[in-house]
Design a protein around this ligand. Structure first.
Ligand SMILES: *[C@@H]1O[C@H](CO)[C@@H](O)[C@H](O)[C@H]1NC(C)=O
Length: 108
């Protein structure tokens, strides 16, 4: 194989990986990943226990379409007070509590 073919093969492999990534959304260990859209699409915001309690950013307020958890956490709605406990490994591609979510903390 000459140098040019190696470059072409690498480009194709890299491109295939980027496409695969879009279809298999992932979330780093130790984080909760939130997406505005259902099916893990649109803007993403990540929370990690080190952040303690944190209000979700304005565009995610009552507007989370899907999430993936790689740690345990508690999602909160303040008024009325509602909580949703999630565990490492949980996910939802159409997240009902996302319509009322205000913030995230480590425990309920
Ligand atoms: C999410 O994916 C499911 C299953 O593929 C599909 O039925 C649904 O329409 C999708 N929702 C959106 C908002 O794209």
């Amino acid at each position: 194989m000459n140098f040019k073919s190696i470059i072409i093969v690498l480009t194709v492999v890299f491109f295939a990986y980027s496409l695969a990534d879009d279809q298999n959304p992932s979330c780093q260990n130790g984080f909760i990943c939130f997406w505005v859209g259902q099916n893990y699409t649109g803007d993403q915001w990540r929370w990690t226990p080190r952040m303690n309690y944190r209000d979700v950013p304005r565009q995610f307020h009552n507007n989370v379409g899907s999430y993936m958890a790689k740690t345990n956490a508690c999602f909160k709605n303040w008024i009325p007070y509602l909580t949703f406990e999630c565990n490492d490994g949980d996910s939802s591609d159409s997240f009902t509590f996302g319509k009322v979510i205000d913030g995230v903390s480590q425990e309920c």
